[in-house]
Every structure is written in C-alpha cells, then in structure tokens.
Design a protein around this ligand. Structure first.
Ligand code: AP5
Ligand code: MG
Length: 214
C-alpha cells in the first residue's frame, strides 16, 4: 500500500501512522520528523529550516520535496505511509508526477477530521521523549511507568503562538489539498475525535474497502 496520512496539526497523524506501520508493515516517512532530526544534527538542511519549523510556517515547497523525494526513492516508493506531505496543492502535484513516472499510484489519502478545540487540547499536553522520540499525551496517552515525566519535553512549535500559526497555515494552504485528492477518488475522511483505538478502527475499515476495490 502507498498511503498518505493527512490532517491539521495535532490531529494524530504520527500516532496513527505508527500503528499503521506495524499493522501493514509500512515504512513511515514523516517530513516533520526528518526536519527535527536534521535540526538536532545541525546539518545545513536543519539550519535552513529551523526558523520555519519553530515558528510553525511552511518550509518552501522545493526544499521539502527534495527531501521527501530522496526518502521515497530510498524505499523504491513502495509500502509507505507518508505523514506531513503534501501540505500545498503544488506539493501534491510534484508528488503525483513522481508517482506517475515511477508507475506507483497512491492507494489512499486518509484525512483525520478534528475540530480546533481538540487540536489545542492535544498539542498543549503533548510531550516527547528526547531519547527515543516517542510521543505521549499527559492525559490521553501517558508514558509508561519507566519513563519519568520530568524527562519529557515539549516541542518548540507546541507553544500557543506557534500552534495558532500552524492552524492558520493549515486552513489557508493545506486544507485545499483535500479537494485535489477528492477529484481523484483517493480521499478518505475519518473522524479523528475518538480514542486512539477508535480512530485506528475507522482507518482500518476504510482501508479494507480500498484493498478490496483493487
Ligand atoms: P509536523 O511534525 O508534521 O507537524 P504537524 O502537521 O503540525 O503535526 P503534529 O506532528 O504536530 O501532529 P500529529 O498530527 O502528528 O499528531 P500526534 O500524533 O503527535 O510538521 C512540523 C513542521 O515541519 C511544520 O509546521 C512545518 O514547519 C514543517 N513541515 C513538515 N512537513 C512540511 C511540508 N510538507 N511542507 C512544508 N513544511 C513542512 O498527536 C498529537 C497529540 O495528541 C499527542 O500528544 C498524542 O499522544 C495525542 N493523541 C493522538 N491521537 C489521539 C486521540 N485519538 N485521542 C487523544 N489524544 C490523541
Ligand atoms: Mg506528527
């Protein structure tokens, strides 16, 4: 399967992608994670995207596409779940041309639908383990006993000003990507407001329809 997981900041893309990766044996490519790793390693790419990511603005399309294409080529554009790309209609077009050239059509774009209130609730209480990169939520997905809460950190872009900026960017530039995939009959809207398990069940049901229609 070749999947995109899509949705506003904090919708649960990373959480669900991780579960889908295990269930379907997919490679998980998260553009946000690739940028954060590059920033941590202080590479030229990391330095060039630092201000965009920390302020919650979109990294320019050419930069993000170069990185995403490399990651896709490395896995021969197969059995993947792409998380955080595409985020503009232009990015969707670049991706489509690439998949066409590779003769590897997309199976589905899964769009997690959540309200702005839920986004704020999820992001403001999200915590990350700096050692493992595992993501938790202080109320809804607490860390296991062996992980000390004091060692967990907040993502730099989970401060209120960056959260507001990310929601605005999503509404203006990213949400229109859904129409692009709807026209191609690849859009699957999933209610993202249930528990992690309920959302996963919704996605798996949608994907079983995708698999049986192929
Ligand atoms: P990115 O890292 O992709 O951030 P994002 O899209 O804002 O999404 P998040 O990672 O914040 O949320 P998520 O949907 O993965 O939710 P999560 O599963 O963690 O991108 C960061 C930045 O990189 C961008 O702002 C931009 O600057 C740049 N960038 C990346 N891609 C780009 C691109 N294509 N073009 C340009 N720039 C790009 O869940 C959130 C919290 O909720 C967690 O605490 C989790 O435990 C909890 N949770 C999850 N599901 C549930 C549930 N069902 N119930 C209760 N709690 C839940
Ligand atoms: Mg994420």
């Amino acid at each position: 399967m070749r999947l995109v997981i899509f949705g506003p900041p904090g919708a649960g893309k990373g959480t669900q992608a991780q579960l889908l990766r295990e269930r379907y044996k997919l490679k998980h490519i998260s553009t946000g994670q690739l940028f954060r790793a590059a920033m941590k390693a202080d590479t030229p790419l990391g330095r060039s995207v630092q201000s965009y990511v920390s302020e919650g603005r979109l990294v320019p399309d050419e930069v993000v596409w170069d990185m995403t294409r490399d990651a896709l080529e490395e896995i021969e554009a197969d059995q993947f779940i792409l998380d955080g790309y595409p985020r503009t209609v232009n990015q969707a077009e670049l991706f489509e041309q690439f998949l066409k050239k590779e003769n590897k059509p997309l199976s589905a774009l899964i769009s997690l639908e959540v309200s702005p209130e839920v986004i704020v609730e999820r992001l403001s209480r999200r915590r990350v383990d700096p050692e493992t990169g595992n993501t938790y939520h202080l109320d809804f997905n607490p860390p296991p006993a062996e992980v000390a809460k004091e060692d967990l950190i907040q993502r730099e872009d989970d401060q209120p000003a960056s959260i507001r900026q990310r929601i605005q960017v999503y509404d203006k530039e990213t949400a229109p990507v859904k129409a692009f995939y709807e026209e191609r009959n690849l859009l699957y809207r999933i209610d993202g407001e249930g528990t992690i398990e309920e959302v996963q069940t919704g996605i798996v049901e949608a994907l079983s329809a995708v698999e049986s229609s192929r």
